[in-house]
Ligand binder design. Structure first.
Ligand code: G3I
Length: 460
């Protein structure tokens, strides 16, 4: 989703939430100069952003809680209900009741939903915690596929992978059962998520990545840069931003947000809370987001202090009795003072142009396909690159002969015919047209040993 769409979505959300908004007598759409919003969501929407909160499903029966939720926020993250242990408690048996309840509550009131989270080393169901290797890889990819498919069209952004980098000075990956399936597990998860829900923004999400000078921040930055350079489908980076005395807000936070945005991804503040809820620090965080055109929005990790996972730190915007704290006033003022990103964005837009391009003639220049393989004991992931020749192509077909014993289990960004032996692959709706000399990537996962794969390519 481009910024224009985020803005449209937030305005649509605002319009749907119209009853309360109109009652408050506020403008539904930004004008120049923008009218001051009277709630967090309305004010953020006027700046083309959203303002969200984590929601615990069991609190939806608490009217004091839902009164604030429904009044103030236009984005919702399920605090625990979409995690792996909640959605697939037994292998192959999916459980969506608690998550659906939150999604329905939000969407029926015009709020959007961030999905959290498809793959994480923590909060795994017991059956998954004890898995490893290719069985775990397949189970993880199946989980990503099933859950993203269930919520397709209902979730605007997914935290596809959560907290995969190590704390400390290494700047490398965190050890986990998922990491031990191969370093490419993160990109495999992103590809599976894209295939399951091509319309959702796909985010990498982590904590202690706020300080630009920290090794962990740089490690994530390097991964995102690598993903963008290789066409791995990543759209956004989530900064949890749990600020406390051990991990305080730092003034280079804005540099962090803008540096990631410069890689061509959106940035989102996904789990904000601040020990003590300093109004000045909350204001700085909001100002930093508003200063970065690709900072789409801010989510606080809970509504009242009593709702916080760190309740004793009183880190949120509302007291336990539901009244607004000074930090709330600071955030609202910062939102109302903030700038609206200019349209179109400085990064290349991905919206379709107003005049659709004329369909190129059949690809007389043909195409070539190359494959790179990441092999582990008992399985592999093949990433296939289709490159158009001297003229643009409208579609492609790739043939790959798999050696005996190799069986495809999962694929992304391509239609498949055959799982063993001679397999044939064709483009999906969104990656058939490739410009002259340009390329598109897709892939599959298989059991067995890849050996040397020699793909053929024909263009249409
Ligand atoms: O639902 C059970 C309840 O039946 C039981 O009686 C109770 C006893 O402890 O536990 C309840 O589950 C707890 C759940 O929160 C709901 O309250 C879990 O034990 C507890 O582990 C779980 O903690 C959550 C934590 O993630 C798990 O890692 C927090 O609510 C949630 O705020 C927190 O959120 C994470 C983000 O997902 C990722 N970033 C960090 C953030 C804070 O830790």
């Amino acid at each position: 989703m481009t910024r224009t769409k985020w803005k449209a979505a937030s305005r649509a959300a605002l319009a749907l939430a119209g009853a309360g908004a109109l009652a408050a007598g506020m403008a539904l759409f930004a004008t120049a100069p923008a009218a001051a919003g009277t709630t967090l969501g309305a004010s953020a929407a006027e700046k083309g952003r959203y303002f969200g909160t984590a929601v615990a499903g069991f609190k939806l029966s608490d009217s004091a809680y839902t009164t604030i939720l429904n009044r103030e926020f236009n984005m919702v993250t399920a605090e625990n209900e979409m995690k792996m242990n909640a959605t697939e408690p037994q292998q192959g048996q999916f459980s969506y009741g608690a998550a659906d309840q939150i999604v329905n509550h939000a969407r029926s009131r015009g709020m959007s939903v961030r999905g959290h989270t498809l793959a994480w080393h923590s909060q795994q169901p017991g059956w998954m915690e004890s898995m490893s290797g290719s069985a775990l890889r397949s189970a993880m990819l199946n989980h990503v596929t099933q859950v993203a498919t269930h919520f397709r069209g209902q979730v605007v952004a997914w935290d596809v992978v959560n907290e995969a980098f190590a704390d400390g000075s290494s700047g490398g990956r965190r050890d986990s059962n998922l990491q031990r399936t191969g370093n490419d597990w993160i990109e495999a998860a992103f590809r599976a998520a894209r295939a399951a829900d091509p319309g959702a923004k796909l985010c990498y999400n982590d904590y202690n990545t706020d300080n630009w000078t920290h090794a962990k921040t740089q490690g994530v930055y390097n991964m995102v840069r690598d993903f963008k350079s290789r066409g791995v489908p990543i759209d956004c980076v989530g900064f949890q931003s749990h600020f406390n005395n051990d991990s305080p807000y730092v003034s280079n936070y804005r540099t962090t947000l803008s540096s990631f945005a410069a890689l061509g991804v959106d940035v989102q503040i996904t789990e904000l809370d601040i020990q003590g809820a300093s109004a000045a620090t909350y204001r700085s965080v909001v100002e930093d987001c508003l200063a970065v055109p690709r900072c789409n929005g801010i989510t606080v990790w809970g509504i009242r202090d009593s709702d916080s996972w760190r309740a004793s730190q009183t880190p949120l915007l509302f007291n336990s009795n539901g009244s607004k704290k000074p930090a709330y006033d600071a955030v609202l003022a910062a939102l109302n003072n903030g700038t609206t990103p200019t349209d179109p964005p400085t990064d290349p837009p991905t919206d379709p142009p107003t005049d659709p391009p004329t369909t190129p003639p059949p690809g007389q220049g043909g195409c070539t396909a190359t494959v790179s393989v990441n092999q582990w004991t008992g399985g592999f992931v093949a990433t296939v690159k289709v490159t158009a020749g001297s003229s643009a192509i409208n579609g492609w077909t790739v043939g790959i002969a798999l050696p005996s014993g190799a069986t495809v289990t999962n694929a992304w960004n391509a239609n498949r015919s055959g799982s063993t032996g001679s397999t044939n692959w064709t483009n999906v709706a969104y990656n058939g047209q490739v410009g002259a000399g340009q390329f598109t990537e897709w892939g599959f996962q298989a059991n067995g040993t890849a050996g040397t794969l020699t793909p053929t390519c024909s263009a249409s």
